[in-house]
Design a protein around this ligand. Sequence first.
Ligand SMILES: *Cc1c(COP(=O)(O)O)cnc(C)c1O
Length: 426
Amino acid sequence: MMNTSRSKDLYDRAKRLMPGGVSSPVRAFAPYPLYISKGKGSKIWDVDGNEYIDYCMAFGPLILGHAHPSVVKVLQEQAEKGTLYGAPIEKEIELAEMIRNYYPSIEMVRFVSSGTEATMHALRLARGYTGKNKVIKIEGAFHGAHDAMLVKAGSGATTHSVPNSMGIPPEVTKNTLLTPFNDISTVEKIVKDHKKEIAALIVEPVIGNAGPILPDKDYLKSLRELTSDEGILLIFDEVITGFRLAMGGAQEYFGVRPDLTTLGKIVGGGMPIGAFGGPEEIMSMISPTGKVYQAGTFSGNPMSLAAGIATLKELERIGHRELNRKGEAIRKGIESVVNELHLDFTVSGIGSMFQLFMTKGPLRNYEDAKRSDAALFNKLFRGLLEKGVYLPPSQFETNFLSTAHSDEDIEKTVNAYDEVLREITQ
Ligand SMILES: *Cc1c(COP(=O)(O)O)cnc(C)c1O
């Protein structure tokens, strides 16, 4: 057994100071989370000196791996010049131009500090623009931890059994209408029942927050047609998929153009960020040019812009082909282990995203994902930790590869899955 006694000591201190000892619930796991002291490339080290191949990658932002030299360099340079001014800087223009270049649906963008803010304000904008109040949300999707979206929410809300949070007035959530993923007829019914009341439909084009769930062929196209016909804004929440599936995100990958897009995670290169954008006609309704209010002390902050620009330039140079090939390799590897052991489990994923669901496929929506044996997944998670493989600690999250992961990392990881799955299932 590996020694994690220093993590335990730190957790004992932390749990008296912070609920569950953590700053975000997704980081908590039993009996105590590991305290990380360092990351480099595809690896992280805990405070007891144990090394892990990391597939959490901070839940997605670190597409170049930890402490990439070109990101470190620009952060050092920016820190020397000051970290925040509360005034515009040239880097905002540079990153906005890069985003617009890859996302033809985005003419204008507003930078914020988190994905939560991005979706919250994109929804406010959609309501302001359309003059309607209701929004359609997909069950099991996660769009950040704000009131309107904590209804059948995935990610930590599902892991910790609070997909519908306490503390949210029913007057707020009555405007959030739910539909399963990959189900057009329910959307049609909702639209019919609420004629002229619906401002927007928000969707993760690939669900990442119930584990990865892929859209059926033509699902996104059908959503596009239906929403266009009804004057409903289609919002792609690309906080995970943006710059991950392709430079132009899921909208490039699947060839479907939303009205509004939310970005986050990768676009800040490991620093806090969110962004939302769309056509000038809609975006100019945001303050100061329009009457939809939005503001933030840390918005467009120089450190995040610097890290984001450096990350996107590096990605531009490297391309996604190798990264996505490695995604394919790890999915195939785990799948062959599952087949060899005759397990009724499902490997799901796309590009550099993957997850092993402890249930039979196909997985098309939240209900399918929830059938998974989450207790068995926790055994897999613990077993993999012991073998030096660090996953996000939940069945309802996605594992991420970075450009720093090597073929050797993948081989070791597949071997670890093999050994642990044998131990916990045979
Ligand atoms: C992570 C995530 C968010 C929330 O972003 P934060 O930066 O954690 O606030 C929103 N939408 C999706 C799809 C996400 O994965």
